[in-house]
Design a protein around this ligand. Structure first.
Ligand code: NAP
Length: 434
């Protein structure tokens, strides 16, 4: 038997690794394990539901999944169903591609009040991730606050600002589209703690704020750089393009459309205020930047009454089954993707949450480089051993063919121009398989 590899996690980090392994090691066998019955990780549960074109990469991953060298084993949770030690006993190599699913905390008083959400849970909720099906955020409020100036913050603000017709035509969970459709939200504040030149968002996303049916974006012209400031024009991170769109928005008055997105710079959250256990306002503090571009609080605060706060300030990996974890950097301890001989890591679990989907590609190539140097161990049982173990434990494994049946049922249920009506719980998906 050739080399055997188990990959934990079927998002971009996992599938780029599988693709690189079968390309570089023709006789290897790769099992991609996921705790959900659905493959592709953040492509299904993270990418904005109105960005279908970003999901096209799933078709490439699908070709990998359908290779005779690769299997998808969904609905298998590590370590609940099989431990890392067991996988390492069965396979020549194990690759962790478990992403960065846990929300970073703002670290301010009031953060645990009802109505304050992290981006993973809020995005997971509107994308039908089964973990967040029951989140049910109360959108019956006039004002929503989004913290952060990354692309996730812009995704959240944009989707909250969309009309029912706009969101129903997307990949959004039907219950979330219903909630947004009837939501009275009229003012959405997006707070960046630094300035327009330091914003993490990219121009494609900031441009979309100008294309909303019902919402107008407002920017204070005073925070924008003067015409004499040289702006970088580097691909996705183009300051020039970002500032160009922000200058357009600075011309808006606010009464053009019924919903307003207030894009505010130089303000950081200091306290979430509450009444009856629920958020009632957020206290923000104006900031300035020091010579090194670092945030300096000014002591000048202001409050924004609101009933929902979504903190889109980044995420972190979660420790797994005693694998060495780097608490400081919030990811697995690794050297260029190697944790130790036979144990590797790819994607956000290796590098932290940054970049586009394609940024994970080189991680897969690196995993294949390590694997090429390994010699298959004749005593390792590989896929047959895992099948036996999961069967003994009565785990209902969802194969890639099963997933395609789930997907077909979702597509058959589509309406209002949406690509599918997503199942939102694991039992629903398993029931579909009979
Ligand atoms: P991100 O790009 O790292 O942005 C995080 C934002 O949160 C930054 O503006 C950061 O400000 C701010 N922040 C961090 N800690 C904060 C605090 N304590 N208080 C206030 N603000 C704080 O993270 P993300 O938006 O979660 O995105 C993750 C990755 O996915 C990024 O690489 C992103 O580009 C990518 N992504 C891409 C797309 C797309 O291509 N359409 C969509 C979604 C996500 P500072 O800069 O001051 O630290």
């Amino acid at each position: 038997m050739g080399l055997t590899v188990a990959i934990v996690g079927s998002g971009p980090g996992g599938f780029y690794s599988a693709a690189a392994l079968i390309k570089d090691i023709p006789d290897c066998k790769v099992d991609v394990i996921d705790r959900l019955p659905t493959p592709f990780g953040l492509i299904r549960a993270g990418v904005a539901p109105d960005h279908q074109s970003s999901k096209k990469i799933a078709k490439i991953f699908e070709r990998t999944a359908q290779s005779p060298q690769v299997r998808f084993l969904g609905n298998v949770e590590v370590p609940r169903d099989v431990s890392i030690a067991e996988l390492r006993g069965l396979y020549d190599a194990v690759v962790l591609a478990t992403g960065a699913p846990r929300d970073r905390r703002m670290g301010i008083p009031g953060e645990d009040l009802a109505g304050v959400y992290g981006s993973s849970e809020f995005v997971g909720w509107y994308n039908a991730h089964p973990d967040f099906r029951e989140l049910s955020p109360d959108l019956g409020t006039g004002t929503a606050v989004v913290i952060g100036a990354g692309n996730v913050a812009l995704d959240v603000a944009r989707l909250l600002a969309k009309t029912g017709v706009e969101v129903r035509a997307t990949d959004m969970a039907h219950y979330a589209a219903d909630a947004i459709d009837v939501s009275p939200v009229k003012d959405i504040y997006v707070f960046a703690r630094r300035g327009p030149l330091q914003a993490a968002f990219t121009h494609k996303e900031v441009k979309e704020f100008g294309e909303l049916e019902n919402a107008v974006t407002l920017v204070d012209p005073a925070v924008l750089p003067g015409a004499d400031v040289a702006l970088e024009d580097k691909g996705r991170g183009s300051q020039e393009k970002n500032v160009g769109y922000l200058r357009d928005y600075a011309l808006n008055k606010g009464d053009e459309k019924p919903v307003r997105i207030h894009l505010r710079f130089y303000a950081m959250p200091v306290e979430v205020l509450g009444a009856d256990g629920k958020v009632s306002a957020i206290r923000m503090e104006h900031t300035r930047l020091d010579d090194g571009g670092r945030v300096v609080p000014t002591g000048e605060t202001f409050e924004v009454p609101c009933n929902i706060v979504v903190a889109c300030i980044g995420t972190q990996s979660t420790p797994l089954d005693n694998v060495a974890y780097d608490e400081r950097n919030q990811r697995f301890q690794n050297q260029d993707g190697k944790i130790e001989d036979g144990l590797y890591v790819a994607g956000w679990a290796k590098r932290g949450p940054s970049g586009t989907i394609a940024t994970n590609f080189p991680d897969g190539s690196q995993v294949a480089e390590y694997a090429k140097a390994l010699t298959p161990d004749a005593f390792k049982q590989g896929p047959a051993g895992l099948d036996q173990l999961l069967s003994d434990r009565k785990v209902r494994v969802v194969t890639f063919e099963d997933w395609k049946r789930i997907e077909a049922a979702e597509e058959a249920g589509a309406s209002h121009g949406a690509p599918r009506r997503k199942f939102t719980t694991i039992p629903e998906m398993i029931r579909t398989l009979g």
